[in-house]
Design a protein around this ligand. Structure first.
Ligand code: IPE
Ligand code: MG
Length: 242
């Protein structure tokens, strides 16, 4: 049983292992991506049911463009297809869609879909679905520094006003809580340039399963593990306090 009073507010997921999953089955890598998209759908639904407030998925990094063109093209097509099919359903379920990353060089058609999904679901108040696509944390931080510096140069901000909280407002994730739990599937233990600023105090969890095998029960297991962790945020165990 899960402790309903300790459900992570924001669960961030690095999708990994689609290619290996397919390879082990003698299938082309793209078959893994296809099943992977279905898992995303399933996990969104489970997240909503569990009372998670924000679920984010790292589906394509700013560094993933170096993959074979055929794989990249197919992935973009899958994502396009996914949004085309899901926008209505997301909206109906009161889910608010947000995207983080850089627009270029995402195919124009997919960019338009992303905007459409954001606009259509903007007023929704339920689960926030955050899609990181052509996202890189270092790039995000550099952009934030640039935006802030520009404000200073224009006399709209003061250097002294910059602190951890105000800086967060210059990041793509403005207004969202930091992740409480990060899951990366397939046993890889790396952050790969995902939400570097926001993950400062996040609990990390690295299940062995490949993403296409990651189901609702696995998300629940991740939360069970999370609930056993003691988060101290630099402090000491509260029971030891006197
Ligand atoms: C994750 O699976 C999906 C994306 C990054 C788009 P991979 O494609 O990285 O699968 P492996 O790591 O090769 O198994
Ligand atoms: Mg991988």
């Amino acid at each position: 049983m899960l402790d309903q009073n300790n459900i992570p507010r924001h669960v961030a997921i690095i999708i990994d292992g689609n290619g290996r999953w397919a390879k082990e089955k003698g299938l082309p890598r793209i078959a893994g991506h296809r099943v992977g998209i279905n898992r995303v759908r399933e996990i969104i639904k489970a997240a909503g049911n569990l009372g998670i407030k924000v679920i984010s998925f790292f589906v394509f990094s700013a560094e993933n463009w170096v993959r074979p063109k055929k794989e990249v093209d197919m992935l973009m097509r899958f994502l396009n297809h996914f949004l085309s099919r899901e926008i209505k359903k997301l909206d109906k379920n009161n889910i608010k869609f947000r995207w983080i990353g850089r627009a270029k060089p995402i195919p124009k058609e997919l960019q338009a879909k992303i905007r459409e999904a954001e606009e259509k679901t903007r007023g929704n108040t339920g689960l926030v679905l955050l899609l990181a696509l052509n996202y890189g944390a270092r790039q995000e931080i550099i952009e934030a520094v640039r935006k802030f510096t520009q404000q200073v140069l224009e006399g709209k901000a003061n250097l002294e006003d910059l602190d951890v909280e105000s800086f967060s407002n210059y990041l793509y994730t403005r207004g969202l809580p930091d992740p409480d739990l990060l899951i990366r599937t397939s046993g890889e233990m790396r952050l790969s340039n995902f939400l570097l600023w926001q993950l400062s105090y996040t609990e990390l969890y690295f299940p062995k399963k490949y993403w296409p095998d990651f189901k609702r029960q696995d998300l629940e297991e991740a939360i069970r593990v999370y609930q056993k962790r003691q988060r101290r945020f630099g402090g000491i165990d509260s029971q030891e306090k006197r």
